[in-house]
Design a protein. Structure first.
Length: 177
């Protein structure tokens, strides 16, 4: 179903088209709610080595899931902080996991990017950008803190800020539970 609406902005007339074809997706989003305190949806991807990986396979560990792309400049800005967080919690049941939404066939570009930025955490590949649909993303970078039971504890659209004490406090709390 499509709804047309004419709008005037700055003296120019625009026609807005809203498509309501994904009623099932909306219903499942409401049922699964991508909100803090609710379980995250099932999500699978492929590791850079070609192995199948999933959030279900990460249960029992705290996961900082970071969705990024090589072409995203704010993504580049947050990598030093993500490296620091991965190092800080090394040896604990914790992982930073980067999900690249770069296009299919960009594996060598992604590999060079990982090396250049010294990324010290696992990278999952999602060239179809299914993560955006599953987690209702509006852009990259977007980061999620998921506890050991698969419950969302924190979400941020935009780069992770250096020294974010709210995030580190929530990581500490999730690890203690």
């Amino acid at each position: 179903m499509r709804a047309l609406r004419k709008v005037e902005i700055g003296g120019r007339k625009w026609v807005w088209v809203a498509t309501v074809a994904a009623a099932g997706a909306c219903a499942s989003a409401d049922a699964g709610r991508i909100e803090v305190g609710h379980s995250v949806p099932e999500y699978t991807a492929v590791s850079l080595a070609g192995d199948s990986v999933s959030l279900t396979g990460m249960r029992g560990r705290v996961v900082l899931l970071n969705v990024w792309a090589t072409w995203c400049h704010p993504c580049r800005d947050e990598i030093p902080e993500l490296r620091e967080i991965q190092t800080r919690y090394q040896g604990q049941p914790f992982d930073v996991v980067g999900v690249s939404v770069d296009a299919d066939g960009a594996e060598s570009l992604i590999g060079a990017f990982i090396e250049e930025f010294r990324m010290n955490y696992p990278i999952w590949l999602d060239p179809e950008d299914r993560v955006s649909t599953r987690f209702l993303l509006i852009g990259v970078p977007t980061t999620f803190l998921i506890d050991k039971q698969g419950v969302l504890r924190w979400r941020k659209t935009g780069p992770v800020e250096p020294g974010d004490t709210t995030l580190t406090s929530l990581i500490d709390k999730a690890l203690a539970e």
